[in-house]
Design a protein around this ligand. Sequence first.
Ligand code: MN3
Length: 199
Amino acid sequence: MSFTLPPLPYSYEALQPYMSKETLEYHHDKHHQAYVTAGNNLLKDSGLEGKSLEEIVKGSFGKNAPLFNNAGQHYNHLHFWKWMKPNGGGDKMPGALEKAIVDGVGSIAKMKEDFVAAGVGQFGSGWAWLAVKDGRVVVMKTPNGENPLVHGATPILGCDVWEHSYYIDYRNRRPDYIKAFLDHLVNWEYVDEMFQKTR
Ligand code: MN3
């Protein structure tokens, strides 16, 4: 396979005022494109050509750092665009997903609190996650391009906390960015779609 950059599933203005057109132009067109371009170059002669993206992410982790960083970020961003939608966020979500979050984390409010704390507590660049591990929904954080796939879990929601994801709109206010992501941007139907695949 080779990596390709799909268009955003909404317009560049669609997530305003919580994520600006300028942020999406830089983040999607420049940053994600750079992971795709570098990933394709690094995939050549890596021994992982012909594998699925998930297999490349898992197969390069701890073995081929340059390829892992770019393939991991390609995976993360492919889903990140779909984990958001206009008029998203809030507490209204499919019932089975809500129940699994309550069972795993305690309550929706606790999940949001833990998710913000994970993103704020990730020193430097990385991601905050909801993931399914051993059949339970958990909150995780990872540095740089890592994701739950390489820690024995399946991601169902991720928030990019690299500065390129929020600095234009929020400057250094990372907590405000993550709260806005949860309250106004999350596409819970897509989270549920990924959750259902773990059942
Ligand atoms: Mn990013």
